[in-house]
Design a protein. Sequence first.
Length: 169
Amino acid sequence: MIYPIVKFGDPVLEKRAATVAVFDAELKKLIDDMFESMYAAKGVGLAAPQIGISRRIAVVDVTFKENPDARLVLINPEIIHTEGRHTQSEGCLSIPDFRENVGRAKIATVRAQDLDGNVFEKTGDDILARAFQHETDHLNGKLYISHISALKRDLIKRKIRKLMKKGEW
Ligand code: NI
């Protein structure tokens, strides 16, 4: 099932999502649906709050279907180590048609659980490190625009409010 993507302005995007404690068939189905929804929206990462489900689950595929091994499921993820700094243009499916340069750690190690609840750690650099940080932020109610200047953030919010008024958001 393809879920619609929740956009900026919905409070679900700005609250801390709940820890996952049960690893059952319902969770596996939800994760299948999250991959399907992410690909349908042309994204390389999706967090459950972006489909209105406030649980600590994210899916990532920075190769966008090129490499099946790149499909990653992150349940209850935490960033446990970072190195370096890297600034790059970043966007978010919940803030469509906007992009900004965002400074992030260049290398990031995430500790998470897989579909069966097994704990694993994975280190990524560049785009994968960025995805780990962006998606983990989502589960803490944080959007990438919190990492840019107040001036740029207010500009984006003003533009979004205008779109909302016109019914185009
Ligand atoms: Ni996002």
